[in-house]
Design a protein around this ligand. Structure first.
Ligand code: GDP
Ligand code: MG
Length: 163
């Protein structure tokens, strides 16, 4: 089985956008049936010759608990327990919110290495508000723009370093 990379984070931070950006170029079926794969949660992906399964945890149905709080917590637990590497995605425009602190706390207890990615930084270098994210205690944040692709190469380099 391929190693698992799970993208975890609260709703609307850009998990699906990031996962689709990373997986799309390699997802042969996307070229044949445009749109068909956009809502899938599991993708095969590859970077620098290393293949892995990329999971958009936000797309996974959380059957026995519809509550937002319970669901995001479960996604974090799932990431921490089943993934070989977790990408914890936060929103660089809103800054840290209490759910981010809670997810970080759960992920730090897990055994999988966690890479913190700060999304929606569409204009690189312009007063990147990444510094506050050091407070989450997950090391150096990776600034990215899932929409434009900025920073995703550096993030993926770090991801495959841990596989
Ligand atoms: P998810 O709920 O975490 O899967 O988030 P989505 O991928 O659905 O994205 C939520 C919203 O944020 C959408 O409107 C996206 O277009 C937007 N978004 C995602 N990534 C970026 C980004 O890098 N920059 C900007 N400006 N918006 C983004
Ligand atoms: Mg999503």
């Amino acid at each position: 089985a391929l190693p698992i990379v799970a993208v975890v984070g609260r709703p609307n931070v850009g998990k699906s956008t990031l996962v689709n950006r990373i997986a799309q170029a390699q997802d042969a079926i996307v070229h044949e049936m445009r749109g068909v794969t956009r809502d899938r949660s599991y993708h095969e992906a590859e970077w620098n010759g290393i293949h892995f399964t990329l999971i958009d945890t936000g797309g996974i149905e959380m059957s026995d608990d519809d509550a937002f709080q319970g669901s995001i917590r479960k996604q974090a637990f799932m990431g921490a327990e089943e993934a070989d590497v977790v990408v914890f995605l936060v929103d660089g425009r809103t800054g840290i919110v209490p759910d981010d602190v809670e997810v970080a706390r759960i992920l730090k207890r897990g055994k999988a290495p966690v890479l913190l990615a700060v999304n929606k930084l569409d204009t690189p270098g312009v007063e990147d508000p990444i510094w506050e994210f050091y407070q989450l205690g997950l090391g150096d944040p990776f600034p990215v723009s899932a929409v434009h692709g900025n920073g995703t190469g550096d993030l993926l380099d770090a991801v495959v370093d841990h596989l």
